[in-house]
Write a protein that binds this ligand. Structure first.
Ligand code: ATP
Ligand code: ZN
Ligand code: MG
Length: 494
């Protein structure tokens, strides 16, 4: 990597007189930095400003060197002339580096002009302030460019998918779409985009699914209930990475600027007169969002334990949440109750030593198997899945991947067609290693902590079951009927 940074160092007063002294300081500085392949070049003084260029071909970033130089100069000049550097203004920062793969398309990144020739990338940044340098945005810009080049190579490629277990085939009892049929019966009603109202029969089925999960998996394995808020702060999502991962799937929350009716007077007038919502007037009365609605329950669980050290005897710590629904903006991808904007999940979270989590995962899988084989009697399978970028890093098949990583649970949806391809992910189990325990600074007394989670999607359990077993309770497996002996009646609408 080659770095070239031109900046103005503004002193508290005119420094024309100090030229010889400065020359000495810079020469000394350069001598010290030779073996780091760093140097100060082309410098001159104008009134209170020292303009100079720092170059680096070594490990040190030119801006780090500049900040160090600022400190040295302020100290030395302070002693001799009672003057220090007040301010730094960067005029131009050129960064040239080689990448492993030739970019397939032009790349854009904020703050920098990017030009690329074969595998050489050149970034030019102009007029950036000291905070920008201090906070090390520069390294993150370089990282982002590399990420974007990698992404060009795996764009459109499927995630790695490896079957690890499958049930026997089970003859489906029908081949209809359960959401459509429930809608015809009035069991479910669409209320707004991707949001369903569950009338008594549908609600009872979903609650039965929930009891099955709680009584056969969550409680026997020792998970304890927590209840979390429905709002997730941006601070939490900055730590988990959701704001860079899926900003387009989040439902954002705005607070009112004020709860004073006087501030809302015009809005109220317009509503009363037009009987419509004046969106422009509304937006004027709202603050920009700082939170969003729960996307998955685990981030708030980690946030609640930020900075804590967990007692050794409490490991693994086993928690679950099933109070808040999850919201996701699925846009065009919605279908029936299986891909919705608001859904209900039990999410279990486990924090412990690596070997504890690996063992727990095996026990979880055994309990899930019992439910899907003996209670719901599903045709289902498990697959180890790895996003494409991890395949690139050679993580597939490694020991690391076998302990970390995600297992998807899938069920065949006969209404969609062919058994060879029409499967729906209805839940998953993940072990994420130290990603979140690190992000939230959650520690063990002695041991390094890993964590993971498993999301039980109640709508997806329900669709998988109903798609294979139909809506007639007479045909449902005995094991399931124990949890729902009778379906509540529908209200009669005339
Ligand atoms: P998909 O690939 O289907 O979008 P995902 O990878 O986004 O799923 P996760 O974030 O892993 O899903 O969430 C875990 C579980 O949450 C899923 O297995 C599923 O049960 C449920 N789930 C996720 N998105 C939805 C949705 N839009 N509607 C209903 N359930 C969902
Ligand atoms: Zn989670
Ligand atoms: Mg999704």
């Amino acid at each position: 990597m080659k770095l070239k940074l031109t900046a103005d160092l503004m002193f508290g007063k005119n420094i024309d007189e100090t030229k010889d002294f400065l020359e000495g300081l810079l020469a000394e500085f350069n001598k010290k930095m030779v073996k780091e392949k760093v140097g100060v070049e082309k410098w001159f003084i104008n009134n209170n400003t020292l303009t100079l260029t720092v170059t680096s071909e070594g490990k040190r970033r030119a801006h780090e060197v500049l900040l160090q130089l600022r400190k040295t100069l302020s100290e030395q000049m302070g002693k001799k002339y009672r003057v220090g550097v007040r301010n730094i203004k960067t005029k131009r920062y050129e960064i040239t580096f080689e990448v492993e793969k030739k970019p397939l398309q032009q790349i854009k990144v904020p703050f920098a002009e990017v030009s690329i020739k074969n595998r050489i990338v050149k970034l030019v940044l102009e007029e950036i302030d000291e905070e920008f340098l201090r906070k090390n945005y520069v390294d993150r810009i370089i990282k982002r460019v590399k990420e974007k080049i990698d992404a060009q190579y795996y764009e459109g490629k499927k995630e790695y998918w490896e079957l690890i277990w499958e049930s026997e085939q089970k003859e489906p009892l029908w081949d209809k779409d359960p959401s459509e049929e429930m809608q015809k019966l009035g069991w479910i009603v669409l209320l707004g985009k991707g949001k369903w109202f569950y009338r008594p029969p549908a609600a009872a089925i979903m609650r039965a699914m929930e009891r099955i999960a709680l009584e056969n998996i969550v409680q026997p394995l020792g998970f304890k209930e927590v209840i979390e808020p429905m709002h997730v702060s941006f601070e939490t999502w900055l730590r988990t990475g959701h704001l860079e991962g899926m900003p387009g799937e989040i439902y954002y929350i705005c607070e009112p600027k004020s709860r004073d009716p006087a501030e809302w007077e015009r809005f109220i007038d317009l509503v009363k007169i037009t009987k419509e919502v004046p969106s422009e007037e509304l937006v004027k009365n709202l603050k920009p969002p700082r939170d969003g609605v729960v996307y998955a329950q685990c981030p708030n669980i980690y946030a609640s334990m930020r900075g804590k050290t967990i007692a050794e005897e409490d490991l693994p710590l086993l928690l679950f949440e099933h109070y808040v629904p999850s919201n996701r903006y699925e846009s065009g991808g919605k279908h029936g109750i299986e891909r919705v904007d608001e859904f209900h999940r039990i999410e279990i979270v486990y924090i412990g030593r690596k070997e504890q989590l690996v063992e727990l995962r095996d026990r979880l899988i055994e309990s899930y198997k019992h439910v899907f084989n003996n209670i719901l009697e599903l045709e289902w399978r498990m697959a180890r899945v790895t996003p494409f970028y991890m395949q690139q890093a050679g993580i597939v098949g490694s020991e690391e991947e076998k302990s970390k990583g995600t297992i998807d649970f899938e069920a065949w949806l006969p209404y969609r067609g062919d058994r060879s391809k029409e499967w729906l992910e209805f839940q998953n189990i993940s072990i994420v290693g130290e990603k979140y325990t690190k992000a939230f600074n959650i520690k063990g007394q002695k041991s390094e902590l890993w964590s993971g989670c498993s999301g039980v999607g109640l709508e997806r359990w329900m669709v998988s079951f109903l798609a294979q077993k139909g809506l007639n309770p007479d045909n449902w497996p005995k094991g399931f009927k124990k949890y729902l002996p009778e379906l509540p009646e529908m209200p009669k609408f005339l």
